[in-house]
Design a protein around this ligand. Structure first.
Ligand code: FAD
Length: 271
């Protein structure tokens, strides 16, 4: 299939992009195109216009400070994954990014695009939620910061308004003494996960984020749960589903196995 007809805009300033977006009745922002273009080609999405943000200046920077990592909207997964300062300040970001798709897709796809696409099967929305990060959004009427716990409203639905462009995402730094780990199971390396788990431990606190086992990125506080109860405690907040790739029961079993394993790895990393 081919996409339905659409107007194509390639603005060269953020102001022009926001004005164009505000002036269209149904437009989509085009970043890396790795999720949007397949949706257009299958006619699951049929916007009247695309606003391509790839010519906008200043959105391709990674800013690392002791507070955390700010990722511009045009930073590709591959560049974020390769950055040694990001690995030092927030090691959960590269640990999860290594599982995002295949190298060719990581060369083009953006981390901010993946976050605002709000797919519960994607790694980076869960990582942002678990770390308590945020997204910076701009519209023709101003800017706002959307905390991760207010960002994900439903399957493929974020709190970003149609007239807004996400300009960056912020991942807070890992505090001293904390440890992180990430693991997932997929049919082939680079495929979407059948189930995935990210964990942050800090002192007695144990928190876990789950990929592909709920409708929205889900974080569960597992502090104080004995190791042999981690799986059931997590599953009480999750809703694994059947699809052509795996049964709900199999996904639940992956959660039980992975959460114990990943909590252990995060404790080792903290130590
Ligand atoms: P686009 O495709 O350009 O946009 C996606 C959506 O977000 C669109 O609705 C668009 O309007 C919106 N959007 C994007 N950027 C902005 C912005 N700055 N402001 C406002 N709206 C914006 N992802 C994973 O996480 N894990 C995987 O295992 C995985 N496997 C994949 C396998 C294949 C074969 C393919 C094709 C993709 C896979 N992906 C996977 C998706 C990939 O990571 C995409 O790069 C990512 O989901 C979207 O980023 P993008 O820059 O390509 O966004």
């Amino acid at each position: 299939m081919k996409p339905a007809p659409f107007a194509y805009h390639r603005p060269t300033t953020l102001a022009e992009a926001l004005e164009t977006l505000a002036g269209e009745s149904y437009a989509k922002v085009l970043a890396g195109g790795q999720s949007l273009v397949p949706l257009l080609s299958m006619r699951i999405a049929a916007p009247q216009a695309l606003v391509d943000i790839n010519a906008l200046p200043g959105l391709d920077t990674i800013e690392v400070s002791e507070a955390g990592v700010r990722v511009g909207a045009l930073v590709r997964h591959a560049d974020l994954l390769a950055d040694p300062d990001v690995r030092r300040v927030q090691p959960l970001v590269p640990a999860a990014l290594a599982h995002v798709a295949h190298p060719t897709i990581r060369n083009r796809g953006t981390t901010v695009g993946s976050i605002v696409h709000a797919d519960a099967a994607a790694e980076m929305p869960v990582v942002l939620s678990l770390l308590g990060g945020s997204v910076e959004a701009a519209s023709s009427t101003g800017t706002r910061t959307i905390p991760a716990d207010e960002l994900f409203l439903g399957p493929l639905e974020s709190a970003l308004r149609p007239d807004e462009i996400a300009t960056s995402a912020f991942f807070p730094a890992l505090p001293a003494g904390a440890g992180v780990a990430f693991e997932e199971i997929s049919r082939r390396q680079g495929d979407y996960a059948l189930a995935g788990v990210a964990v942050v431990v800090h002192g007695d606190s144990v928190r876990a984020g789950f990929v592909s086992v709920s409708d929205v990125p889900t974080v569960v506080d597992l502090t104080g749960v004995p190791d042999d109860g981690l799986g059931e405690a997590a599953l009480a907040h999750l809703d694994p589903a059947d699809d052509i790739h795996a049964t709900a029961d199999y996904r639940a079993q992956l959660v039980r196995t992975l959460v114990r394993r990943v909590v252990t790895k995060a404790r080792e990393a903290a130590a």
